[in-house]
Write a protein that binds this ligand. Structure first.
Ligand code: UD1
Ligand code: MG
Length: 455
């Protein structure tokens, strides 16, 4: 067990977001901000994770369920007060406590690992993670003494003009020796502009006690951006997006137009895959090697094999095999599995169905709740009639069946292997293997009919 506990402050409403959703649940890179922070802390070795929740407590706890312990701060009286809520957890612990804010989603685990390592080497009571911000507005300023040591942190609203001109800011991330943090918390007051218990005041208190206070400055200030407004949210989104695209490109993926490509943090893509413009790849998606994805495509929670093409389409919560061609204009809905070599295109919707190897669904069809074998040909306009108004039923189409155009397959029904269904049929009974199913009225031509109408 590591000796690192992370306390993530996530109880604030985030007034400046002007949102009913707790600030830390706003997403950046396809994950709630607080999840990004928790992931970075875990990467740095945090074993015990405590999240302080308050505004929208249940929502935040649900979002992180099973990943951390929670303590509730019923009134949001400041970041110092938030840490006080974890007093019980701190009392039984004699390792290092890393305090983080839930609104810094661009943090990397590597940076936190560096902070933890330097804090340990220096054997400090506290180590502050700082950053040089080109525009420090809104942040707490790091005030150093003539020897260059961190003396205190002053919040923007409490700062003198001289202090406001300091560009080194407090990122809101610190390592503390647990016992010294606990003792210093007792000394916090709310005599300040915001009448809050500031965690930042712990630094001055420890200095007054003669404890060792250190600082680590982040090499890239963008990693430590704190998100307090929608403008900063958009800024963070574009940074994290570019970071992901750069990483993919470095690993052999071609991104034709990074400006119009949106790929969530956790997505994996194989080498030599080409991503065309206006493409979103989201959630738990995994794309193989040598694929062509886009343009104008949204792929969500989808696993895609190698050498597959998806263009002008939307797929979600489904699995697509190798050498599949999808699009243009395909909608793959949840629980669909297209096996290798399948072709689907031109306004086709597939839902909760398995499509066997090399089957073709080329035009204008709805295939729902269907088990389809290999080598099947689905004619244009084929509809599986899966819903009787009360219940959904499955359709089975066995290997090598040929379904003629404009067919209704009224489920539950089976078309046997190698059979044919005549175009325009409404099939309500099973078609045995090797047969022709025909279910339509015979054509009747009335000769001279047009002439008769004229009389
Ligand atoms: C805080 C720091 C500031 C730093 C900045 C970095 C303090 C007093 N100020 O300011 O020095 O530069 O972060 O981004 O610490 N929270 C609670 N309970 C509360 C108040 C806040 O859990 O009572 C949580 C919020 O949900 C948020 C985090 O603490 O995740 C930081 O709060 P926020 O209000 O954003 O602080 P800043 O004003 O950004
Ligand atoms: Mg903040």
């Amino acid at each position: 067990m590591s000796n690192l506990m992370a306390i993530i402050l996530a109880a604030g409403k985030g007034t400046r977001m002007k949102s009913a959703l707790p600030k830390v649940l706003h997403q950046v890179g396809g994950k709630p901000m607080v999840q990004q922070v928790l992931d970075a802390a875990v990467f740095a070795g945090a074993d015990k994770k405590v999240v302080v929740i308050g505004f929208g407590a249940q929502n935040v706890a649900d979002a992180l369920a099973g990943q951390a312990e929670f303590v509730v701060q019923t009134e949001q009286l400041g970041t110092g007060h938030a840490v006080m809520q974890a007093r019980r957890e701190l009392t039984d612990f004699d390792g290092t406590v890393m305090v983080l804010c839930g609104d810094t989603p661009l943090l990397t685990g590597e940076l936190l690992a560096k902070l933890y390592a330097e804090h340990g080497q220096a054997q400090a009571a506290a180590t502050v993670l700082t950053a040089g911000m080109p525009d420090p507005a809104g942040y707490g300023r790091v005030i150093r003494n003539s020897a260059g040591q961190v003396e205190k942190i002053v919040e923007q609203k409490d700062a003198s003009p001289a202090e406001l001109s300091v560009c080194e800011i407090n990122t809101g991330i610190y390592c503390f020796a647990a016992s010294q943090l606990l003792a210093a918390l007792d000394g916090l007051t709310c005599n300040n502009a915001q009448e809050e218990y500031y965690l930042t005041d712990v630094i001055a208190i420890l200095n007054k006690q003669g404890q060792k206070v250190g600082a680590v400055q982040a090499a890239d200030h963008r990693e430590t951006l704190g998100i307090n407004s929608r403008l900063q949210l958009a800024e963070a989104e574009s940074i994290i997006r570019r970071r992901k695209l750069d990483n993919l490109m470095e690993n052999g993926v071609t991104i034709m137009d990074p400006g119009s490509t949106f790929i969530d943090t956790q997505v994996e893509i194989g080498a030599d895959t080409i991503i065309y413009p206006f493409t979103w790849i989201e959630g738990q998606s995994k794309i193989g090697a040598n694929c062509l994805i886009g343009p104008n495509t949204r792929v969500t929670n989808t696993t895609v094999g190698d050498e597959t093409t998806i263009h002008f389409s939307y797929t979600h919560d489904c699995t697509v095999g190798n050498h599949v061609i999808l699009g243009p204009y395909v909608h793959l809905r949840p629980d669909t599995w297209l096996k290798d070599g399948v072709k689907v295109g031109n306004f086709v919707e597939v839902k909760n169905s398995i499509v066997g190897e090399k089957s073709k669904l080329p035009h204008l069809s709805y295939i729902g709740d269907t088990d389809m074998g290999a080598g099947v040909n689905i004619g244009s306009g084929t509809i599986t009639v899966n819903y009787d108004g009360k219940h959904k039923h499955r359709t089975t189409i066995e290997d090598d069946a040929f379904i003629g155009c404009n067919t209704n397959l009224v489920a539950p029904v089976t078309v046997g292997s190698g059979s044919y269904v005549a175009a325009g049929s409404t099939i309500t009974k099973n078609v045995p293997p090797g047969s022709l199913g025909v279910a339509r009225a015979r054509q009747n031509n009335i000769e001279g009919w047009v002439e008769k109408q004229r009389r």
